[in-house]
Design a protein around this ligand. Structure first.
Ligand code: SAM
Length: 293
């Protein structure tokens, strides 16, 4: 007698050739095509819910904390009393959630080009989107490249570029003009923190070197740091920090940072002052990306 077959759906995000990461899928919870991209929410068998934009992994319930903690706290923990944060992209709300943990932060601007991402994440990722109704937050459904051209100078403590990969409508968020505008918006002690893809990913190595070179022409301090994100291509992810004032390693006061983190340290699952120092220690193959930059 034939055995009943149990269907096991799978989704694979191919990183290079036929190599990638495969998720076991329990169901498709949402699918639509917005004005900008395809938006899907899948229920996985091991990582909770999964957000895909144009078929690329954006976040999962299980490991989103790594990215969102690491694009914010290494910068905010360098500053005594950060007040204003600009989040470009980040319509899921994770970066906003982390910035608003600081009592000193009294103004966050979120600039997300696709309002449907915000709506879908409110519905399907309530933990990630948990701070989107905070009274300190202003949501702008707009192009980040356009927004920074019109925003006031000397205004923000931190600008984060929490965007999709540097293609299509996100490409403008990786150019020198954009970075110069971000520099203009930042206070003298301000920091730009951008996600800068994986140094293992051969297709992005040039863009990583380019970003470092461009930022080096604009900011006196440019530092890459790494984090381990299991569901991102290769699992090793980079961020690049451009600072007008701070060296994120030599200027980091762990004792002061721990006092700043104390009110919400229990909520954090990745960032701590040891990780801060370690994340800026780069493997040799990554350092070689910057030789001559
Ligand atoms: N924060 C998530 C993570 O853990 O990496 C994923 C990144 S977030 C979903 C990326 C967002 O950048 C997308 O919602 C996309 O619509 C937005 N985006 C891309 N280009 C943009 C632009 N030029 N201006 C504003 N938002 C943009």
């Amino acid at each position: 007698m034939a055995e009943a077959k149990t269907f096991q759906f799978q989704f694979t995000e191919f990183w290079e050739a036929q190599t990638g990461l495969t998720f076991g899928i329990k169901g498709l919870l949402h699918q639509e095509t917005s004005e900008f991209q395809k938006i899907q929410v899948l229920e996985t068998d091991a990582f909770g819910r999964l957000l895909l934009l144009d078929g690329l992994v954006m976040l999962t319930d299980r490991d989103e904390f790594v990215y969102h903690e690491m694009i914010t706290h290494p910068s905010l923990c360098l500053m005594e009393e950060p007040e204003r944060v600009l989040v470009i992209g980040g319509g899921d709300g994770g970066t906003v959630r982390e910035a608003l943990r600081y009592a000193s932060v009294r103004e966050v601007d979120l600039v997300e080009i696709d309002g449907r991402v915000i709506d879908v994440c409110r519905e399907f990722f309530p933990v990630v989107a948990s701070a989107l109704d905070d009274s300190r937050l202003t949501i702008h459904v707009a192009d980040g490249a356009e927004f920074v051209r019109n925003a006031p100078a000397d205004h923000y403590d931190l600008v984060t570029v929490d965007s999709t990969d540097p293609v299509g409508f996100a490409e403008a968020l990786f150019g020198e003009d954009f970075y110069r505008e971000c520099h203009r918006l930042l206070k003298p002690s301000g920091i730009l923190a951008a996600q800068t893809e994986s140094p293992f990913d051969r297709s992005f190595r040039e863009s990583i070197s380019d970003a470092h070179r461009m930022l080096g022409r604009i900011f006196p301090q440019v530092h890459m740091y790494l984090a381990h994100i299991p569901t991102y291509p290769t699992g090793t992810w980079s961020f690049t920090m451009g600072s007008k004032q701070w060296n994120p390693v030599t200027d980091f006061d762990a004792q002061r940072a721990n006092r700043q983190l104390a009110p919400f340290l229990g909520y954090l699952q990745y960032y701590n002052t040891d990780i801060h120092a370690a994340s800026f220690a780069l493997p040799t193959f990554v350092k070689r990306l910057f030789v001559g930059v």
